[in-house]
Design a binder for this molecule. Structure first.
Ligand code: EPZ
Length: 429
């Protein structure tokens, strides 16, 4: 198993190209199941999760061709995927595949809408919390699907087709919104989703669905209206830039010091996070091609932050923020309100010398003068990258094990940071 070694203490100076968003690319790829025509996606990041989803969709009969350049190598970064689900050959998504990536559960809505039936394994628990699927099932049942749970599988059918209705989610869920939104595009009549997630990746998928012929309005708001259509067709769509990757590198620069332009980044996608990063002492400015993050000297300031659904501070940046304020001058409080167990990085940051006290959903981080390198390991994607940030500021060497978590969501991280002067290398294991 590969690991990454980081020699801490170097400032970051240069340019980092921001890749296409993982959390938009995955549902966009899944949306291709809704039509027999070709969906062309530009700016698809090269990630382990994308590759795994390719295999999962292949199982249902999707044909894929890939071309294009990687981010940073051309004017039009990322790869271009041509996805064609000419015929759905299998409506079952098996446990062996769904258990490896939760987002693959989102094939349920599109398969059900297009084929009138689907059998998809329940995703099961994961390192960041229990993550149930009740809201997905509630939404699809409201659209008229008959749903049973049998042998760990959700077995759904709607032989007469789905029928539009009003669905008010009792809690904001990104995945349930994606699942129901995709299904509703092919339902008869109008569907209204209230308390829909407003994450920019939902808007990106909705815009792509509209290019495919769907009739969705209210994009970007918490009320989505979908006028069902008989069929969807092919389209071409560019995956929006990854706001979590953007926030992660912005925090890395804020932590290590230096000046880095995040090329292709869109500040409007992560205002609340940028506000927090500014509050720690970094300067953030818009440039022609993205945003620039600068921190030259001066102590980092502590912050009090609570994770919230979009447009609030994202849970997917909580671990990175903890690494950033670990060396602030003062005490920070970070409350995680989305996933009850998303603190697996705490004990590893403590191994690097951070002083963090956990009490329920609140982490109290007392800033220390310096972190010290050590071997560490993490159990999920964002936790792993928080250790990269900590490694960049720690004295001496930090070796991060289980790098495959990073490869799920960060494209060529060691190359991107290395080009900005970080002492970082991948060690083959
Ligand atoms: C998406 O996960 C993202 N995944 C996550 O990113 C992200 O952390 C999360 O949204 C929140 O922003 C992708 O986009 C692929 P949710 P999702 O449904 O859809 C509860 C990363 O690191 N809930 O919005 O699974 C749930 O337990 C990943 O890239 C129910 O109770 O998250 C949680 O407390 C990790 N019932 C809250 O809602 C349900 O049926 C929000 O979860 C569904 C969810």
């Amino acid at each position: 198993m590969d690991s990454i070694r980081i020699g801490g203490g170097r400032r970051l100076v240069g340019t980092i190209p921001i890749s296409g968003a993982k959390n938009a690319a995955l549902p966009l790829m899944i949306a291709s199941l809704l039509t027999e025509e070709t969906l062309i996606l530009d700016n698809v990041p090269e990630l382990a999760d994308v590759n795994l989803l390719t295999r999962i969709l292949g199982n249902h009969g999707l044909d894929l061709t890939v071309d294009g350049k990687r981010a940073g190598e051309s004017d039009r970064p990322g790869r271009t995927y041509r996805l064609t689900a000419g015929e759905i050959v299998d409506t079952t998504a098996p446990y062996e595949l769904v258990s490896r990536m939760r987002a693959s559960f989102w094939v349920l809505g599109p398969l059900l809408a297009r084929c009138g039936q689907a059998k998809v394994s329940m995703p099961g628990g994961c390192a960041i919390g229990t993550r149930p699927v009740d809201l997905h099932l509630m939404g699809l049942s409201a659209l008229g699907a008959r749903i049973d749970v049998d042998g760990g599988y959700v077995v759904a059918s709607a032989p007469g087709g789905l029928v539009g209705t009003r669905i008010a989610f009792p809690k904001v869920s990104v995945g349930a919104t994606h699942n129901v939104l995709m299904a509703a595009t092919l339902a008869r009549g109008e569907t209204v989703i209230e308390n829909a997630a407003r994450e920019p990746e939902i808007g990106d998928v909705a815009e792509c669905l509209n290019k495919m012929g769907a009739r969705i309005s209210g994009i970007g708001t918490s009320t989505l209206r979908i006028d069902g259509v008989d069929r969807l067709g092919g389209a071409r769509h560019e995956v929006l830039p990854d706001r979590i990757e953007t926030g992660t590198y912005a925090m890395a620069v804020a932590a290590a010091g230096g000046e880095v332009e995040l090329e292709g980044a869109r500040a409007d996608l992560l205002e609340s996070a940028l506000q927090v990063i500014r509050a720690t002492g970094a300067e953030i400015t818009n440039t022609n091609s993205g945003i620039k993050v600068t921190r030259n000297g001066g102590a980092l300031k502590p912050v009090d932050v609570e994770t919230q659904p979009y447009p609030g501070f994202p849970t997917d940046l909580q671990a990175q923020l903890m690494a950033l304020v670990a060396t602030a001058e003062g005490t920070s409080h970070i409350r995680e309100t989305i996933f009850e167990n998303r603190f697996m990085h705490v004990q590893e940051l403590v191994r690097l010398g951070a002083e963090i006290h956990l009490d329920g959903e609140v982490a109290t981080v007392r800033g220390v003068a310096a972190l010290k390198g050590a071997p560490v390991m993490a159990t999920d994607l964002r936790a792993s990258v928080s250790l990269v940030i900590a490694g960049l500021v720690a004295k001496g060497d930090t070796v991060i094990n289980r790098v495959y978590h990073l490869d799920r969501g960060f494209e060529r991280i060691e190359e991107k940071l290395g080009r900005c002067g970080a002492d970082i290398e991948r060690l083959a294991g």
